[in-house]
Design a protein around this ligand. Sequence first.
Ligand SMILES: C[S@@+](CC[C@H](N)C(=O)[O-])C[C@H]1O[C@@H](n2cnc3c(N)ncnc32)[C@H](O)[C@@H]1O
Length: 232
Amino acid sequence: MKGKLYAVGVGPGEPSLLTIKALKVLEEARVVAVPKGKAEKGSLALSIIKDYIKDKEVLELVFPMTDNKEVLEEFWEKAAEKVGALLEKGEKVVFATLGDPSLYSTFSYLKSYLEKQGNSFSVEVIPGINSFSAAASLLQLSLVEGDQNLAVVSAPQNISRLKEVLKIFDTVVILKVNKYLEEIMKVLEEMGLEDKGYFVSRCGREDEYFSRDLKGLLEEKLDYLSMIIVRK
Ligand SMILES: C[S@@+](CC[C@H](N)C(=O)[O-])C[C@H]1O[C@@H](n2cnc3c(N)ncnc32)[C@H](O)[C@@H]1O
């Protein structure tokens, strides 16, 4: 029997923002795979769903936060081998991912490596509430209206293009900003947009935080779960 891989978006952090469908798939699973950045650290996705999967086998998959392609490939391969072994036995495996699976999720790499390794399996993707929709709700901010346009960018890969993006779009959501605040501030100041940014961290978690004083955060160590929304 062919195995089945479910990608389940577990939302931004608050368990009550899990969808009913996500809960149903988690309830029916025997094995739940979760990504994490370091072997010694906990999985953020697991922290959201832990109360709902107490009787399940949890498979923690390490996807290191590095731009070193060789290192990444080695870990993607290892993760795919572990999940592939279960799928080959005809198991249903749930891969739980932060926010929504279509937005900068490790799920896309897992799926393509499973395919590369010749596994035969079916896939179902369960959408989740993404981080910037949750942040907009927290800020009570309308992201775009009428003829306006929205861009979503990842800071590490786009910092050099940020100015161009900010010129074109009315609202720009910048993810993975934790190590890039200084560079982002520089661009915003050059464009006279320094007062148009909203910083949101750990949205939907107990210690969620937001601020409009981006400059005031320059000396702070920022959490990985941080974003900036620039609303012109
Ligand atoms: C790898 S991306 C995953 C995005 C996720 N798939 C989604 O739908 O939002 C991780 C980045 O998303 C943003 N993020 C995810 N959850 C967040 C949260 N609860 N609060 C603030 N930012 C969050 C941060 O910018 C973080 O660096």
